[in-house]
Design a protein around this ligand. Structure first.
Ligand SMILES: NC(=O)c1ccc[n+]([C@@H]2O[C@H](COP(=O)([O-])OP(=O)(O)OC[C@H]3O[C@@H](n4cnc5c(N)ncnc54)[C@H](OP(=O)(O)O)[C@@H]3O)[C@@H](O)[C@H]2O)c1
Length: 265
């Protein structure tokens, strides 16, 4: 099998909101996931429940569940808001079975807990994650959208193996958190290399080259283990995998990137 890529596929790929292009058709979604798996992208993130439902359908069609590492967050369907992108809800005991049903699987590889400031509530979610790991419904746990203090407040026997936060050339606010996570032996997952793709338009130059530079900046970062990017077109899978393979930026590319940051940050 191909070596696993540092790239992961973002679940916003499967929904219309938060992107520039229209929602990808079911056939295109299948083609995107197939292209990812064929090129070594195994990690697939799902944030909103709509993304879990879509990925479950795609993996059933492709019959490739075992090749994927599914990452899933605590955003749930709410009555009367079925089409909305809702806020996260702290995990409760019944949530795991709902998630498994939506994903059409019997385990989640990486369960993401959205960080919250109420330490007692966060502790209860960590306990639930531990219980689900013991039951075989979850393999590993993660904390997402966290700040440094969330790491500092983790209890000694926490189950967390990964941290996730937006991190890209224009938004380096998670750097200290990622440093601390690495010291604690955790894996670091950077989200949104293109800030939902909007930054590529703002830069206003050759979009493919701008995407390549932004992606290589973050995948070349020593602290970053995985980078989650949404791709609504299967063609972008190859382009992004090739960008990562071409390694860190050279001096000229660094200068170009710095000029964009000066102009737009
Ligand atoms: N940022 C957060 O707060 C957050 C929170 C939780 C989870 N996440 C995870 O992070 C994932 C990625 O974040 P994101 O979707 O916000 O932003 P992103 O990955 O930075 O940007 C994705 C957009 O970039 C465009 N794109 C991708 N490859 C391209 C290429 N080679 N050339 C040109 N354009 C390209 C596509 O735009 P169009 O298709 O729209 O044209 C795509 O939708 C999400 O799907 C989610 O799984 C993010």
């Amino acid at each position: 099998m191909r070596q696993q890529s540092k790239l992961g596929l973002g679940g916003h790929t499967f929904i219309e909101q938060l992107g520039n292009d229209p929602e990808a058709s079911f056939e295109e979604q299948c083609a995107i996931v197939s292209a990812c798996l064929d090129q070594g992208i195994r990690l697939i993130d799902t944030t909103y429940y709509q993304e879990r439902v879509a990925l479950g359908k795609v993996l059933t069609e492709l019959q490739r569940r075992e090749e994927v590492q599914i990452m899933a967050w605590n955003f749930f369907k709410q009555p009367g808001k079925e089409n909305d992108l809702v806020k996260p809800t702290p995990y409760e005991p019944h949530h795991i079975d709902i998630m498994l049903e939506e994903l059409r699987t019997d385990y989640i590889d990486i369960l993401v807990i959205h960080a919250q400031d109420d330490t007692e509530k966060q502790r209860r979610e960590l306990e639930l994650a531990k219980q689900w790991i013991a039951e075989g419904k979850v393999n590993k746990a993660a904390i997402g959208m966290l700040k440094l203090e969330h790491l500092q407040q983790l209890p000694d026997n926490h189950p967390v193996s990964y941290v996730l936060a937006p991190y890209n050339a224009f938004n380096q606010g998670a750097l200290e958190t990622f440093r601390k996570a690495k010291e604690m032996g955790l894996e670091v997952v950077a989200l949104s290399p293109f800030i939902r793709g909007w930054k590529l338009d703002e830069i206003g130059e050759d979009k493919a080259k701008a995407a390549e530079i932004l992606l290589r900046w973050v995948t070349g970062h020593e602290l970053v283990d995985f980078v989650i990017v949404s791709m609504r077109k299967s063609d972008w899978v190859k382009a992004n995998v090739e960008a990562v393979q071409s390694g860190p930026l050279d001096q000229e590319e660094e200068q170009k990137l710095n000029s964009w940051i000066e102009r737009l940050a």
